[in-house]
Write a protein that binds this ligand. Structure first.
Ligand SMILES: [Ca+2]
Ligand SMILES: [Ca+2]
Ligand SMILES: [Ca+2]
Ligand SMILES: [Ca+2]
Ligand SMILES: [Zn+2]
Length: 624
């Protein structure tokens, strides 16, 4: 590698494109001797489209693709620290399950705390036969401003509030812009601002934000909950989510009222019932929310949400009857659109419910406001797409609490651990490594066929695919096992039940008993597979670590192990030191989880019986 320009020179930023006629020489070699004839994999060529600017601050994403659009390249980014190349991250993008989403590679760079200045970044794409493509770019790392906000004055009778962000600072420059969003649709600029709220906005908590931009053009946004004259950093996502639901419910109340005014007879009555229920549900949400923000009582907030959830089910029942009675297609469609909105509100309240339960178990300090409430859409199945942080739900799953919490737990773990999740088809009682290998081999054979070659995958590539498949199978088993377990813990119930009315395809299993329900034969059957790449084994291990006297959950195995959820949560997530450096990574498989768990228990000074803990793993076919 040879760089012909001076990386520390001032002036225009040069984006260097790989190619023999440019500043960098592209390397190409083949490591596997078995391949003859034309290579099935075109040589990788880097196409970098993010970051868009040469000046960055905070968390930076490198997004790139292979110019040829191949699925195979693995991306790596490094920066030059003056003497050597330091790894930023890698994205092993080989995953036939994600041929649409994974056509790009994403590498995250956490620049908080790095010295400000110009950095040379080298990005390399590798493919499975050892070919590489490279580019280098020059990027200026800036430290973003650090916001600090106070309420200076507040008058609940007039609605006047003054906010002060003048204590905010920029570690390596100056703040040049302060932009406020008061949460009521109004904005203002300046370090100290006075705002007048319509009094109705002050009845319940509201999210206020300030965005600070520095002299390099890098900005930092921070959101706060403003309630009863004070601001707090906690519960921003919950307040935002519930606030949005209240607005929707109140809008629905108006819509249904005008809809019912235009009708006659039974239909009018039903629509008017639905309308007053919507009003009731909307106003009822504000009480638990106030308690929540005042940190009074999370249980009360959860109880309030449960009440509103059952009220929403009632409105949907009423609306379904009204829809049957409606005489025009137009009216039927209007009513259906209200039902759709209510489904969405109900799902979002389930998310808030799930999050509040998590906060209850791990405490507000460990929680942080960084995990937002996810987006959801109704689609062709129920799954979580980690690269877009979106949950998709099947329409027949909208009332299935277990399914919703399972997908929420994929989301929360992913958002918290910032890890890549494994994806693809899976069943609780199978070796996922075997499934993955079959899929990978088929993908490789298809690529050879597409290149006009006989589908004989060289042994070296087969071995490589086998390794990848085993790793990925264990990763998928951990991801699914975690979501089953976390769903179960929130409800203190080890059974998962995805109901599918009318069909014989309910998905129902018990992670304590290791059994699943065969709906067609109306009986429970024992799972037959065990091990690191079997999701029911992973869910079983996690549940057995948790169940028992200390957590107030009956343990049929009586294994003498009952670990507080917060230590299990510790083991599934990363740990950073005081400088923000990652000192423990989220686990990729159950054995790595075991290692983390022992560390977490030691750090917390919690005594544990190693033999008993090991036995829990061994019972499920895993030797830690
Ligand atoms: Ca700065
Ligand atoms: Ca269902
Ligand atoms: Ca047990
Ligand atoms: Ca136990
Ligand atoms: Zn899942």
């Amino acid at each position: 590698m040879f760089l012909v320009f001076n990386p520390y020179a001032q002036g225009q930023v040069i984006w260097i494109i790989a190619g023999n006629d440019r500043n960098l020489t592209r390397l190409a070699h083949s490591t596997y001797g078995e391949l003859v004839g034309p290579t099935p994999f075109p040589q990788p060529e880097v196409n970098l489209f993010r970051p868009e600017s040469a000046v960055v601050g905070g968390i930076v994403f490198f997004e790139l693709s292979d110019v040829g659009g191949s699925l195979l390249p693995i991306a790596k980014a490094e920066y030059f620290d003056g003497t050597s190349w330091v790894l930023i991250g890698e994205d092993d993008g080989f995953d036939p399950d994600y041929d649409v989403e994974r056509s790009t590679r994403t590498i995250m760079w956490d620049t908080y705390g790095l010295p400000s200045g110009w950095y040379i970044i080298k990005i390399t794409l590798y493919d499975l036969i050892g070919q590489t493509g490279e580019i280098a770019v020059r990027i200026y790392v800036d430290q973003p401003p650090i916001p600090q906000v106070q309420v200076v004055s507040y008058n609940p009778e007039t609605g006047y509030v003054s906010f002060d962000a003048s204590e905010s600072y920029d570690p390596d420059g100056e703040i040049v812009e302060w932009v406020w969003d008061f949460g009521d649709g109004k904005t203002a600029e300046g370090p100290i601002v006075e705002h007048h709220y319509d009094l109705e906005y002050l009845l319940m908590p509201i999210v206020v934000s300030v965005t600070l931009a520095d002299d390099k053009g890098i900005s930092e946004k921070k959101e706060y909950v403003f309630s009863n004259g004070s601001i707090k950093e906690e519960f921003v996502p919950e307040v935002k989510a519930i606030r949005e639901k209240i607005d929707k419910l109140l809008k629905m109340y108006e819509d249904l009222k005008s809809l019912s005014d235009a009708q006659t007879g039974e239909l009018k009555e039903l629509l008017s019932d639905a309308s007053s229920s919507a009003l009731y549900a909307g106003s009822d949400l504000t009480y638990p929310l106030t308690d929540l923000v005042a940190f009074k009582d999370i249980d009360k907030a959860i109880e309030g949400i449960e009440k509103v959830k059952s009220e929403i089910k009632n409105i949907v029942d009423t609306l379904s009857k009204a829809k049957d009675l409606a005489t025009t297609q137009n009216l039927k469609d209007q009513i259906q659109s209200h039902i759709d909105k209510l489904h969405e509100i109900w799902i979002q309240l389930q998310f808030v419910y799930g999050k509040l339960n998590l906060i209850k178990m791990i405490g507000t300090q460990a929680h942080g406001a960084e995990i937002d409430v996810p987006d959801v859409r109704i689609g062709d199945g129920s799954y979580y797409t980690w690269c877009t942080s979106t949950i998709t739900l099947l329409r027949s799953d909208v009332w299935d609490t277990d399914v919703i919490l399972h997908e929420l737990d994929h989301y929360i773990w992913h958002e918290k651990a910032k890890n890549e999740l494994a994806g693809g088809g899976h069943w609780i009682d199978e070796h996922l490594g075997d499934r993955k290998y079959k899929e990978y081999l088929k993908a490789a054979e298809d690529m050879l066929k597409a290149a006009g070659l006989p589908p004989n995958v060289p042994q070296a590539i087969k071995d490589h695919l086998k390794d990848l498949a085993e790793e990925e199978g264990k990763k998928l088993a951990l991801s699914e096992g975690w979501a089953h377990f976390s769903m179960a813990v929130k409800q203190k119930d080890p059974e998962y039940w995805d109901k599918e009315p009318g069909n014989n395809d309910d998905v129902r299993f018990d992670i304590e008993k290791g059994k699943y329900w065969k709906e067609s034969e109306n009986k429970w059957v024992n799972a037959t597979n065990k091990g690191e790449d079997v999701e029911l084994s992973i869910a079983g291990i996690l549940w057995d670590l948790f169940d028992g006297a200390a957590n107030g959950v009956n343990d049929q195995d009586n294994d003498g192990v009952s670990i507080d959820f917060k230590h299990i949560w510790c083991a599934i997530n990363e740990k950073k030191d005081s400088k923000g450096k990652v000192v423990r990574s989220p686990p990729n498989n159950i054995k790595e989880f075991y290692k983390n768990l022992i560390e977490c228990l030691k750090e917390a000074g919690v005594p544990y019986d190693k033999d008993k803990v090991d036995k829990v793993f061994k019972n499920h076919g895993v030797t830690p």
